[in-house]
Ligand binder design. Structure first.
Ligand code: PXL
Length: 303
């Protein structure tokens, strides 16, 4: 245990090619998070920042829009930041920002996808991990902000993804598959393969309900599909996809394999859901992930 903690601790750091005497200089890993800032409801940046911070990753934040609360509430106020994205990234470029990972999430319009592509042109290097969460819907329904143009444009982002993280609804929207309540594993695997054909190097379709189980389907292009199964506990709710994405990104930056990272992310989300249910949190308020956050800390003694 102590050994693996030490290992994790070091994996948040990277060696540079500079030396202090004979010792290589260590550098903390950085992730750029392109996502919305929702004031209420524990999703997007407000859950991804604490998760990646506790995993010792430095986060650089590019908010795509600011909302009073997420779109799952009966109403919401949204301040769109599309016109601010280019000037913000230009300032980052002036500061010679370099990142180890770029994570994309909720985008308010088709136009924002073009800005994200521009961001990738500016900051993606061959070694940069690009994680695309194609946030578009849940339980077979698109979110109210998702237009057909945005849905179509989201496909251009899959082509730039090292890791694409749709839920089943989003996998359907990306592959033009009609939604139904039950899909067979063969149908889901075919969607994962289709998503790799659309350009994603790795795909995790997460949160698939199968009777009393909840499963994630992982595929690395040209390899065999893997299924990760666990016992279903509480119902999915707002922000669980964002949590899954952040933990998985952190785990990959800690040099875990795709399957290990997906298992760690799924385990964390389930633990967060369990404690949320115990606390009787209303659905739209998301998960009480704060109660289990220290599970992710490589140095935390309270595990
Ligand atoms: O968690 C996904 C998400 C992210 N951002 C906003 C949302 C949602 C889901 O409802 O409304 C603004």
């Amino acid at each position: 245990m102590e050994e693996s903690r030490k290992k994790n601790e070091n994996q948040a750091l990277d060696t540079t090619d500079q030396f202090e005497g004979s010792r290589p200089i260590l550098r903390q890993k950085k992730a750029a998070l392109i996502n919305d800032l929702s004031g209420l409801g524990r999703c997007s940046l407000s859950v991804q920042l604490p998760v990646l911070s506790v995993m010792q990753i430095e986060c650089l934040l590019l908010p795509t829009c600011v909302l009073s609360n997420h779109t799952g509430y009966p109403s919401f106020y949204l301040r769109d930041l599309t016109e601010d994205l280019d000037p913000m990234m230009a300032e980052w470029k002036k500061q010679n920002v370099e990142v180890d990972a770029i994570v994309t999430g909720f985008l308010s319009s088709e136009k924002q996808i073009h800005h994200v592509l521009h961001f990738l042109d500016l900051f993606q290097k061959p070694q940069t991990l690009v994680v695309v969460d194609p946030v578009m819907g849940d339980h077979g329904k698109a979110y109210p902000t998702i237009t057909p143009a945005l849905q179509k444009a989201m496909r251009t982002l899959t082509d730039r993804a090292d890791v694409l993280l749709p839920n089943l609804t989003e996998a359907c929207l990306l592959t033009d598959t009609e939604w139904k309540e039950q899909f067979s594993r063969i149908e889901i695997e075919a969607m994962a393969v289709r998503l790799t054909e659309m350009g994603a190097r790795k795909v995790v379709i997460s949160g698939i309900e199968e009777g009393d189980k909840i499963c994630d389907c992982t595929l690395e292009k040209g390899r065999q599909v893997h299924w990760i199964e666990s016992q279903k506990s509480a119902q999915m709710r707002s922000g669980t996809g964002d949590l899954f994405c952040a933990v998985l990104t952190g785990a990959l930056l800690h040099d875990q394999s795709l399957e290990q990272a997906a298992r760690m992310a799924g385990d964390f989300v389930r633990k967060a859901l369990d404690v949320t249910e115990k606390l009787n949190v209303p659905d739209e308020e998301g998960t009480a992930f704060e109660m289990v956050l220290c599970d992710l800390c490589p140095q935390c003694e309270a595990k």
